[in-house]
Design a protein. Structure first.
Length: 72
């Protein structure tokens, strides 16, 4: 479980880099960095390059996607 928590902690803001490339800023509002992060890790398969156990992929992707969403 610690490995899973560490992976999420490492990658939770990874979408910020894509946000800066697209918008030139870290300021929220123009881009959804959580969506960018999940897209980068899962849809573009970056996660497969990161030595993370495959059974964690879904959990990490869903958690990253929810990083900046409000709780309801």
């Amino acid at each position: 479980m610690i490995d899973l928590a560490l992976a999420i902690a490492y990658f939770h803001d990874i979408g910020r880099f894509e946000q800066v490339v697209k918008t030139g800023t870290f300021k929220d509002g123009k881009e959804d960095y959580a969506d960018n992060g999940a897209d980068l890790l899962i849809k573009r398969n970056l996660i497969k390059e990161l030595n993370v156990p495959e059974e964690y992929y879904r959990i990490i992707g869903r958690t990253i996607l929810q990083t900046n969403k409000r709780c309801r």
